[in-house]
Design a protein around this ligand. Structure first.
Ligand SMILES: [Zn+2]
Length: 113
C-alpha cells in the first residue's frame, strides 16, 4: 500500500525518538532488573518496530522503518489510529518531518540524508 507521495525514513541511524514529541535527546541507557533488560523507548524489550505509519494530508504516508520510539509517542499513535483521528496523524506527520529536517535526517525535498 504505497503511493508515490510516501516518505520512508530508516530509523537505524536515529538515536532519539522519531515521534511527534519535542525531544531530540538520545534514548537513555537500558536498565537491568535481575535477568530482564529494560529499554527506555519501545519496544521495551529491545529491537525495533518494522514500521510505524503516519498518513499525511496529501494522501501519502510518512513511514518510519526500523524505529525505536518513546512510550508517549507510541501510545499517541495507537490511540489516534484506533480513534481514526486522521487529522491528528496528519499534524503529527508534519511535526515529525520538521523534527527530522531540523536534526538533518531529511533534506528540504523530504529526501533521506
Ligand atoms: Zn517521542
Amino acid at each position: 500500500m504505497s503511493t508515490t507521495n510516501d516518505i520512508i525514513v530508516q530509523g537505524e541511524k536515529i538515536n532519539f525518538c522519531p515521534g511527534p514529541c519535542n525531544s531530540i535527546e538520545p534514548e537513555p541507557p537500558k536498565k537491568q532488573f535481575g535477568k530482564e533488560t529494560w529499554y527506555s523507548f519501545k519496544p521495551h524489550s529491545g529491537g525495533r518496530y518494522q514500521n510505524i505509519q503516519y498518513p499525511m494530508s496529501d494522501g501519502g504516508n510518512l513511514i518510519l522503518e526500523n524505529v525505536r520510539i518513546c512510550r508517549s509517542c507510541c501510545y499517541r499513535h495507537i490511540e489516534f489510529e484506533e480513534e481514526e483521528l486522521y487529522e491528528y496523524l496528519h499534524k503529527d506527520s508534519e511535526i515529525i518531518i520538521k523534527k527530522l529536517k531540523k536534526t538533518g535526517h531529511l533534506d528540504s525535498k523530504n529526501t533521506l540524508m
